[in-house]
Design a protein around this ligand. Structure first.
Ligand SMILES: [Zn+2]
Length: 302
């Protein structure tokens, strides 16, 4: 073989490699409708179905999880080639959960999906994004805090944009970094803003073990300090007023929906007019965090 031929062969191979999307190992999804609730059983078959479930998992959700985790090769991915998807009654009241390599979806939750096929599919897919992430995420062989794995499962769902941002946790909420779900997701997004790609890197480092030191290693600051600074950043936004504008807007929208018609104009007025829900109240007054604003904390306290 001439050296020219070898060179051309190498160039063509490189071109092929760069233009072909990386091939992942095949995943087989086994869907069972074992619903005991007749309405849930019917609704799954009629509005969602086995074919749809397999399609979204293999064509959208699992590839998206690998992409979000920056796992371009099979060697970098968790190897789960068979996933069970079972619709059944969950006696613990969960909407959906996982066990081994199975996703269990409560038939009662299927029955109670939002009305309309498109709405039902959207909500269903959002939950499947979260549950499927549990199957393919690393958890440090069980050493990662449960709240962190819940936060990463939500993180992928939020990145997919298949979720309802209205009513979802806002940045700055929560009282501890591993509270789970939206609180942890928003904190991870903050960590991403300090170190691009932080969350996928953290996930990939947890193949064998979780260590709090990973935060220091990747961002250069200890975890406790990061959480403090995260909370302080959003409290500052709250104290200088922009967050209140956001809150007031939220409440106005809700008021209009409920036909209350109240139009609070200031944080103080806002608190007088509409009772502040526990959730909203939790946002502006974090406890035990250093204050970065000159304004007294009592300004935002009822
Ligand atoms: Zn979960």
């Amino acid at each position: 073989m001439s050296s020219n031929f070898i060179l051309i062969f190498i160039i063509i191979s490189c071109l092929l490699l760069s233009s072909t999307p990386s091939i992942a190992y095949p995943v087989k999804i086994n869907v069972l409708n074992n619903a005991t609730d007749p309405a849930g059983r019917r609704r799954f078959d009629k509005e969602l179905g086995k074919e749809y479930t397999v399609k979204i998992l293999t064509e959208e959700i699992i590839p998206f999880i690998w992409k979000t985790f920056n796992q371009p090769t099979d060697a970098s991915r968790k190897y789960v080639p068979n996933v069970g998807f079972i619709v059944k009654t969950l006696t613990d009241g969960a909407m959906a959960e996982i066990g081994e390599d199975n996703i269990y979806y409560n038939d009662i939750a299927i029955r109670d999906l939002p009305a309309g096929q498109e709405q039902a599919k959207f909500f269903f897919k959002s939950v499947v994004y979260h549950e499927a992430t549990h199957i393919y995420q690393f958890n440090g062989k069980g050493t990662a805090p449960g709240g962190l794995t819940e936060g990463i499962a939500d993180y992928v769902m939020v990145k997919s944009k298949v979720y309802n941002p209205e009513g979802y946790t806002k940045p700055g909420e929560g009282s501890k970094w591993d509270e789970g779900y939206g609180v942890t997701t928003r904190f991870l997004e903050y960590c991403d803003s300090l170190k691009p790609g932080f969350t996928p890197t953290l996930n990939n480092k947890m193949k064998d073990v979780f260590k709090e030191d990973y935060f220091q290693e990747l961002i250069g600051k200890p975890l406790a300090q990061l959480w403090r600074e995260y909370k302080a950043k959003y409290r500052k936004i709250i104290l200088d007023g922009s967050f209140w504008e956001w809150l007031v807007r939220q409440e106005q929208n809700e008021g209009e929906r409920e036909g209350e018609g109240e139009k609070p104009v200031s944080p103080i007025g806002f608190q007088r007019v509409i009772p502040v829900s526990e959730k909203l109240f939790r946002v502006p007054i974090p406890v035990g965090v250093e204050v970065q604003s000159d304004e007294p904390i009592s300004n935002v306290k009822a």
